[in-house]
Design a protein. Structure first.
Length: 329
């Protein structure tokens, strides 16, 4: 899904057609002044009014035509970009599924033997450290294989109705320690209490964890991480808006269009696979939602998700358990 263009970019893109239209209007006005001075005085009132209306309509039509053509050209370009990205992600997904299936079984064997050997080796044995390293790296590779399967849509997806806060709050509990260590304050602003959505609760938790983890990484010197939710209406339908906002370094404008591409990462080798945001988008879209990113270099980043909610019938509003509240230091 291609994030919508900002108003700033849209205005910038319209400058050229509007400038050309202004030139056409200027020429038209010059011709009209000539007609008014030398031709119209010699015509009857009805004839002069007819020529004036015709000329004004022609100028307005030219203006509208040029703006419409520019908008159609932009729409076609966006559609072509979306189609190319869709084909690319489909091919990458098939490849990812094949690779994940092929390496999953050998990894399970390696992990199993490493764990069994580690249990039978004394702590002062020189083989303990290599065995622990094998176990750790095998777990990391297995998690990567699971991510590849999730990205390729071959993983099992549950379909249930659950309360949104029941997915967000446990996720914040999991990232609280990481936030505290990095001197990041976690702020909650939940205005969508009792909101229920349909889908996979584990995937929504993973989305929140991934976005919060990225936000914390973007604030190496500390900062504020704000997670909020609110109810919104679009075309008469109820949705919930979830935002994850940080006060970190921001994302350079030059790469903002690529952040959701699979395997694209700006992290150092070994610290990221480039699947995090691609997985986030896949999971959000599986819930019939969308995700957008607003960021300015050096001014922080905000990820906004819009997900449809299950209409409330006679369900009483449920407030999250205060014991589940998280406050990072």
């Amino acid at each position: 899904m291609t994030p919508p263009r900002s108003n700033e970019k849209t205005v910038s893109g319209l400058r050229r057609p509007l400038a050309l239209t202004a030139v056409v209007v200027l020429i038209g006005m010059t011709i009209f002044e000539f007609l008014k001075s030398f031709v119209l005085p010699r015509l009857t009132l009805w004839q002069s009014h007819t020529i004036t209306i015709f000329f004004s309509t022609a100028v307005a039509t030219v203006m509208a035509y040029r703006v419409l053509r520019h908008q159609q050209r932009e729409e076609r370009q966006r559609f072509e970009v979306t189609m190319r990205l869709s084909e690319k992600m489909s091919a990458v997904g098939r490849l990812a599924a094949g690779v994940a299936h092929e390496i999953n079984n050998p990894l399970s064997v390696i992990l199993g033997f490493a764990q069994a050997l580690a249990k039978n080796v004394k702590e002062d044995d020189p083989a303990v450290m290599p065995l622990r390293s094998i176990e750790r790296e095998a777990v990391r590779c297995k998690n990567l294989a699971q991510n590849l399967l999730a990205f390729s849509r071959h993983g099992a997806v549950r379909n249930e109705i659950f309360e949104l806060s029941g997915a967000i709050l446990p996720s914040l509990v999991l990232i609280a320690t990481q936030a505290r260590v990095k001197s990041v304050q976690v702020v909650q602003d939940f205005q969508a209490h009792g909101t229920r959505i349909r889908g996979d609760k584990n995937q929504i938790e993973q989305v929140i964890i991934n976005l919060c983890g990225n936000a914390i990484d973007a604030m190496p010197r500390g900062g504020i991480l704000t997670v909020s939710s609110s109810k919104v209406q679009e075309n008469g339908r109820p949705f919930v808006r979830i935002q994850v906002k940080d006060t970190g370094e921001g994302i350079p404008e030059a790469i903002q269009g690529r952040i959701f591409e699979p395997f694209f990462t700006t992290k150092e080798p070994g610290k990221g696979t480039g699947l995090g945001l691609a997985l986030v988008r896949e999971m959000v879209e599986k819930h019939h939602g969308r995700i957008d990113c607003q960021s300015r270099d050096g001014q922080g980043t905000t990820f906004t998700m819009i997900i449809p909610v299950v209409p409330e019938l006679s369900v009483q509003e449920i407030h999250p358990d205060p014991l589940m509240s998280v406050t990072g230091a």
